[in-house]
Design a protein around this ligand. Structure first.
Ligand SMILES: [Zn+2]
Length: 344
């Protein structure tokens, strides 16, 4: 942990002031070639915590890969305290095949903490936990929505993770929510190891939208300032905006199969009875409205033009005052635009 003087990953030692890369061997693929996990380690001479940043657990979710690509070349890291461990692509076999899943169609995020004698994914997970998680004090893991299902930038925290909530507030995303732990997820491994963690969700698979990249990068720097790994900003203080913590989330599903038309966008405040869209039959005879039955804000949308009955269409984070939540989200977008502070 942070007190120790040497961090050792994959048999490579890093002392304070040292930085470098490690290629962790995780197995071999059908072409008989070894596949590795690339790990960047950057240690300051100045003592401080160890922050782990990971992306690409799902191989088609690229937003975090881009955020971490920009982060590792940022000049702001010259004033780093403590240690950064950055793994831009945790699941290289899935990344290479441009897939969410491992080559055996399993979800790496259900295989933690893994097993050294298990499947390729199980071995990968075990190596990751043994070499990387064990060396970390705090963590941020980056994800994106599925194909054609974009997410409003949001931070998910684990139930009862109080330090995680403080980190989430420092990250300043449009929306924070507490979500339950799934067996085998990296988040549940963080909780078992007592590591406060954030999960950033934004954009959709295969896409890099600029606002989601900027929210993510700004968020990492803000959390590093909160952990005193970076000095406070010299740029003018951002206006204080209330952090919006959702009390829960729910999906509005297709009441009927057919052609889907959405009438709302991400960030829209809705109430019970708000018409979110409609599903029509291809022959012009029927049209069924899709109606919200909760109050909250749209944080995820299904952008496919067709839906079967029961398909998840609109992801709503529940808020008592949807109008205020919508205004807060709009304001956080404006702040992001106004502040062209030196990100790199
Ligand atoms: Zn994911």
């Amino acid at each position: 942990m942070s007190g120790q003087n040497i961090i050792s990953i994959g048999g490579q030692s890093f002392r304070p002031g040292e930085k470098g890369g490690v290629e962790l061997p995780i197995g071999s693929l059908i072409d008989y070639q070894a596949v590795t996990m690339s790990v960047h380690v950057r240690r300051s001479r100045k003592e401080g915590p160890t922050l782990l940043l990971t992306a690409g657990i799902h191989g088609d979710e690229l937003i975090g890969v881009e955020i971490l690509r920009r982060l590792v070349k940022s000049r702001r890291l010259q004033s780093l305290r403590g240690t950064l461990i950055v793994v831009p692509v945790v699941n290289m076999p899935a990344f290479l095949s441009r897939s969410r899943y491992l080559p055996d169609r399993r979800d790496l995020n259900r295989l933690f903490p893994g097993s050294p004698d298990g499947s390729l994914g199980g071995r990968l997970a075990a190596t990751f936990v043994d070499e990387i998680v064990s060396a970390s004090d705090y963590a941020i893991d980056f994800h994106a929505g599925a194909v054609a299902r974009p997410n409003l930038p949001q931070i998910r925290i684990s139930p009862g993770d109080e330090k995680g909530l403080e980190m989430a507030k420092a990250f300043k995303p449009p929306v924070i929510m507490e979500t339950g732990l799934r067996d085998g997820s990296l988040r549940s491994t963080f909780v078992k190891n007592g590591i406060p963690s954030l999960l950033y969700e934004a954009s959709e698979a295969y896409r890099l939208d600029p606002a989601s990249v900027r929210y993510g990068l700004r968020g990492v720097f803000s959390v590093m300032q909160h952990l005193e790994m970076l000095p406070p900003s010299r740029v003018q203080k951002e206006p204080k905006s209330r952090t919006m913590v959702a009390s829960g989330t729910t999906w509005v599903r297709a009441p009927q199969g057919g052609l889907l038309t959405s009438l709302v966008d991400l960030g829209k405040g809705v109430n019970p009875g708000t018409k979110l869209g409609h599903v029509g039959d291809p022959f012009g005879r029927h049209e069924t409205p899709v109606v919200s039955d909760v109050e909250g804000v749209v944080i995820g949308i299904n952008r496919e033009a067709t839906a079967d009955e029961g398909d998840a269409l609109f992801h709503i984070a529940t808020f008592r005052n949807p109008e205020r939540a919508e205004a807060h989200i709009l304001r956080s977008e404006e702040i992001l635009e106004e502040h062209t502070d030196p990100l790199t």
